[in-house]
Write a protein that binds this ligand. Structure first.
Ligand code: ZN
Length: 140
């Protein structure tokens, strides 16, 4: 695993929280994205080199709605960047971790993602994400 890619925070009201975190970080969110399949609307902040993702449920069946109902607002997951998500899933399964999406799916911010079940990680939902390669002609 490489660095922490971002921290995901579950919020009830994205608009209110966008204003709150903008004053906390001294800079507004730079992007909003809806992940319809997950029932989630996300906004993204940069705090120095770090990325924070705010997550609001868009329907009552959303994992974010369920999380907030159970635990209230707060840190929802920690995401780690990996360079080869398929190899990492295989490695972690061998180590006995429960991978929620053995086939990585497309997540927010142009990433392939999967999650590890918090039951096997001391209660912390861990996301793995790999940047989806984009064609760049300006790099050698
Ligand atoms: Zn995330």
């Amino acid at each position: 695993m490489e660095k922490i890619e971002h921290i995901g925070i579950a919020v009830k009201d994205l608009e209110k929280s966008n204003a709150l975190f903008a004053s906390l970080f001294g800079t507004p969110h730079y992007k909003t994205e809806e992940i319809a399949a997950e029932g989630v609307k996300a906004s993204f902040f940069k705090a120095g080199p770090n990325k924070i993702e705010l997550l609001e449920a868009t329907n009552p069946e959303s994992p974010i709605a369920k999380f907030i109902a159970k635990k209230g607002e707060g840190i929802h997951h920690i995401a780690f960047a990996v360079s080869d998500i398929v190899a990492e899933i295989e490695r972690l399964q061998k180590e006995g971790f429960v991978v929620l999406n053995p086939t990585p799916k497309k997540g927010a911010d142009n990433k392939l993602v999967t999650f590890l079940h918090p039951k096997a990680t001391n209660g912390i939902l861990i996301e793995l994400c790999q940047e989806i390669a984009t064609l760049k002609h300006d790099q050698s």
